[in-house]
Design a protein around this ligand. Structure first.
Ligand code: NA7
Length: 557
């Protein structure tokens, strides 16, 4: 940095226990944030609760765990060497491979030396006089940082259900989001799975192959489409590698959800039933999340949505032999896509196996867990191992676990008691110098997470660079900007079918959680443009303040 340039940020590099930035979490967001900050010459410390990098891919080791976005796209784009050299094995890489990739990135960019593992951030308190944060970790230490970046992940706080008697179950208990590191072998065991979201739907076919008996307890049926997973051919890999520049650009700028795909030009009702059948059939055969992008109004128009939902319900009836079981598996309480659709391998066909039983716990709710099974609707089901595929306190759960105190000692949990409030999903008013990566109010979970992570990290890094160059040391979302952004997020969601589902997008899976549609549904391209415009207008909607003269002097000395 030239000597004349104000250097209000990097003053902290030299003092022990003081950093320009503390990053919470070493998943894909935290790792890339660290890499970018290093490139700016800023000092950063990452605290990670797990014993290694990978975030959600570190914790979610359940059988069959895969990303529902194709690997050639669910991967970093910031380094062309990285994207050219990494060999994804399958269309949807399995969790161990994604975790190996995360480890490769950590090693390749030498990130580990600035990451402290096995350490939870428990508290972060903003000091209004010093305009920095004091961050206390589970090892009892406190460090100071001018900025804190929450890279805590959207699906990182596994939700343990509060079933009566759960603690007294004498067999093995697993949560899909907290799976052991050692292989779990269900061979010859009677296994129960509670939950039929994505984690249940991915793991059930594999558990069914091992277990002597598998009982699936379903409260709500979910829509699932076949993954059509397969090894990637050299030609497929080469196509992406040769065209990555354009593919990534389109995913970022032109696709609503950051996934490169064919975009529909028509609404579902503009075509005849036969034409629709053919189009849905083609997408079904192709497999994957883009099924709900067969037409451009599936998320908007219930009648259009019904045509897609009926198509999937018909496929379920075709695949599942027992009509009663098929009926139970057919979702009928929410529009297709209003909960994240699942992407599976042989899920519905698994119910044709003689060792698999489906139990409807909507009709007969689980009353209690017994030492050797559970009781639902007065009936006892016996099993040796229990798998809880019961999901996450999504989007806000991991932030809420940290005692974050902003201006006037107000906690973020107090501020968010009626639902999260942010400006652009990046900052919350009253909490200066605190950034959230893929926070509520940004496209996050509605998108290819890596596309959204990279966009946020780049925006934050550019912002810190701008602040350094401008002699600024404090930044905060304004109340007015935040209010109007929250209104906009709600307004855009209201025009869609999404609020009709009791989804984790709405916080509806957690008893007592405010029912608010948390992600921004305007699409990643539109959202990126809004964020870029805000930055281009001198970070419009954010209040930024200059470093005190004494701090500037100390910093540049
Ligand atoms: P999800 O999608 O939240 O699924 C959780 C499942 O667990 C869902 O079927 C729930 O039924 C069920 N559940 C939760 N609590 C209970 C109780 N008490 N009794 C019965 N059933 C229960 O989590 P996943 O981990 O599968 O997937 C999360 C995301 O990860 C996924 O969308 C992908 O983006 C990746 P409910 O629907 O609430 O009736």
């Amino acid at each position: 940095m030239p000597a004349s340039q104000p250097n209000t940020l990097s003053k902290r590099a030299s003092k022990a226990g003081e950093y320009d930035v503390v990053i919470v979490g070493a998943g894909f967001a935290g790792m890339y944030m660290l890499h970018r900050l290093r490139g700016l010459g800023l000092s950063a410390r990452v605290f990670e609760q797990g014993s290694d990098v990978g975030g959600t891919w570190y914790w979610n080791r359940y059988p069959g765990a895969r990303c529902d976005v194709e690997s050639m796209q669910y991967s970093y784009s910031f380094s062309d060497e990285l994207q050219q050299e990494w060999e994804w094995s399958e269309r949807y890489a399995p969790q161990p491979e994604i975790l190996r990739y995360a480890n490769h990135v950590a090693d390749r960019f030498d990130l580990r030396s600035d990451i402290q593992f096995d350490t939870r951030v428990e508290r972060a308190v903003f000091d209004e006089r010093a305009r920095d944060w004091s961050v206390t970790t589970s090892d009892g230490k406190t460090v100071r940082a001018q900025f804190v970046v929450l890279a805590t992940g959207c699906l990182s706080n596994a939700r343990m259900p509060d079933f009566k008697g759960l603690a007294d179950f004498t067999g093995e208990v697993y949560h899909t989001g907290h799976w052991p590191h050692e292989p779990v072998d269900f061979t010859g065991k009677r296994v129960a799975v509670i939950g039929t979201g994505s984690s249940g739907i991915q793991s059930i076919p594999i558990i069914a192959e091992q277990a002597s008996q598998l009982t699936v307890f379903q409260r709500t049926a979910n829509f699932s489409v076949p993954a059509r997973n397969a090894p990637l051919s050299a030609e497929e890999r080469d196509f992406f590698r040769a065209n990555y520049d354009e593919i990534r650009r389109m995913a970022r700028e032109e696709m609503r959800n950051g996934i490169y795909q064919e975009l529909p030009e028509k609404g579902a009702l503009e075509e005849t039933p036969e034409q629709r059948q053919a189009r849905y059939g083609a997408r079904w055969e192709k497999g994957g999340l883009t099924f709900t992008a067969t037409y451009n109004n599936i998320a908007l128009d219930k009648a259009a949505n019904d045509t897609a939902a009926d198509f999937v319900r018909d496929r379920i009836a075709e695949i599942v032999d027992d009509p009663e079981v098929a009926k139970l598996l057919q979702p009928n309480d929410h529009p297709i896509g209003s909960k994240r659709i699942c992407v599976d391998t042989d899920y519905y066909a698994t119910y044709n196996r003689p060792n698999v039983t489906l139990v409807d716990v909507k009709a007969d709710p689980i009353e209690e867990i017994l030492p050797n099974g559970l009781k639902a609707g007065g009936k006892v089901h016996a099993f040796d191992a229990l798998v809880l595929a019961t999901g996450f306190d999504a989007m806000t759960g991991s932030v809420a676990k940290i005692d974050i105190r902003g201006r006037g000692g107000r906690t973020l949990n107090e501020k968010w008691a009626a639902g999260p409030r942010t400006y652009l999903g990046l900052m919350s008013e009253g909490f200066p110098n605190l950034f959230i990566i893929t926070g509520p109010g940004s496209p996050s979970v509605l998108s290819n997470m890596i596309v959204s992570i990279e966009q946020h990290v780049d925006w934050i890094a550019d912002c810190l660079d701008y602040m350094r160059a401008s002699g600024l040391d404090c930044m905060e979302a304004s109340r007015a900007a935040e209010d109007s952004w929250v209104d906009h997020v709600n307004e855009v969601a209201r025009d869609t079918l999404f609020p009709q589902a009791n989804s984790w997008y709405m916080g509806a899976n957690i008893p007592g959680k405010p029912r608010i549609f948390m992600p921004y549904i305007g699409g990643v391209g539109v959202y990126r443009q809004i964020c870029n415009d805000v930055a281009a207008k001198g970070y419009e909607g954010f209040a930024m303040s200059e470093a005190a003269p004494v701090q500037r002097a100390a910093a540049s000395s």
